[in-house]
Design a protein around this ligand. Sequence first.
Ligand code: AMP
Ligand code: DBH
Length: 523
Amino acid sequence: MSDLTPWPPSFAARYREAGYWRGETFSDWLHGLAARFADRVAVVDGDRRWSYAELSEAASRTAGWFADLGVEPGDRVVVQLPNVGDYLPVVLGLFRLGALPVFTLPSHRRAEIGHIAAATDAVAYVIPGVWERFDYHGLAASVREVAPSLRHVVDVSQGLSGSKAFEGTGGSAGDVAFLQLSGGSTGLPKLIPRTHDDYLYSVRASAEICRLTTETVYLVALPVAHNFTMSSPGVLGVLHAGGRVVMSPSPAPSVAFPLIEAERVTMTALVPPLAMLWLDAAPSSPADLSSLELLQVGGARLSDEAAARVAPVLGCALQQVFGMAEGLVNYTRHDDPPSLVVGTQGRPISPDDEIRIVSDADAAVPEGEVGHLLTRGPYTIRGYYRADAHNRAAFTTDGFYRTGDLVRQLPSGHLVVEGRAKDQINRGGEKIAAEEVENHLLAHPSVLDASLVAVPDPVLGERTCAYVILRDSATLTVGEVRAFVRSRGLAAYKIPDKVEFVAAFPQTAVGKVSKARLREGLS
Ligand code: AMP
Ligand code: DBH
């Protein structure tokens, strides 16, 4: 089981020659930022502020703290933190040590964290203590039962201070720097190994495309560990440019709008349902949003109607972002005509991002037609972490990642996302692998079979509906089904929104469950 599927040497050489891969680690990068932007404010969380010099110093001390604990370079550390200032010293500290953060979301629960900790043989688990009335210590106790490698639970609310600074190399640039979580389409969440070289390239290029400067003030409204928030251009891109990162504990207008006014925020990133919420709330809000220059929207398809409202209602430019934690990120550009900004999901970051749009049989479709998006390039993985069997299906033999997205490409190179072939539900930007939830439903003794499908939703784009076949004479209520899935320790967003009991599933011609016909409401 390989941790990193390397790029073939000829590709690696090309990416180095082109200047994409610079041999720089995150630790080197942070030293560079501290030297260049020393006293400028890097991070704001409420009334706490870190300058670039302080952030680098905090990272070294946090690295020292983890080293004292016995965490070693190369060890995996599960990080589950909300949008708090401590996030950056912890993550940058792990980078400095050369330990690998494994990113998870605050909404994840026992099933996800337990699997992730076990699959990575993580030695430590970083939690926020209590957050939004949820006590992560209880979760940590149940995670430890399934992840024997876990030696330490680290509560950042207790403070990680008092250590000697650690000064090491932080690994080498071609090594895996961290593991990111994929939305997935199979039974268990998949992990994505990203190297220093490949990720820093995407960060630098994103900062340039988004024209970030030392004057950029970025509001972290989505979960900070989301790949979009982290690197498109996100927190890391803003730091790269010497700008300022402002943590918002929530994306709700009542929390985010006053922060935009107080910190003179210039840009932020949202998923479509939140963008629509902001569009509805802005006109009647007393907050001054005039500092906002750019709203990025991505993670799920933004409707053309909502896209067209951004500039007139919020008084800022829109940028659509179509990205994936596996790599490829597409942006609309600041000088694109409005028709492309409103009607497309952007074009790739790199001239070396290779795009193939193919039929079910992997043959190229005629130009402009809809097909499966395959991609490879200087920051797109060649394989998931320790998932050799899955990788044979998720990548072509010549290394293209099968995104599972259905797209068409315009002559300008811009992509329009037209649908999805993967068995996943995109619930307002939160991805749900149908099979993962189905497996939990099947664990109920009264359930004979289960199928999770997307149902259209005006706000979230999609919600989930679980079609369930009960065993003979079994009885179960909708509430009992949902409670059962919750009791299995799944994140709340994966609990089926609707449950329908049926006697049988419609079949396709080859005898498989027809999710298309289920989606049509068993018509
Ligand atoms: P993940 O692989 O979990 O990082 O999720 C990435 C997936 O999110 C993509 O493959 C798309 O299915 C979806 N996605 C991200 N951004 C957009 C967007 N702007 N429009 C439509 N789908 C998107
Ligand atoms: O949905 C995503 O995963 C995503 C969206 C926008 C992403 O990973 C990204 C930008 O980098």
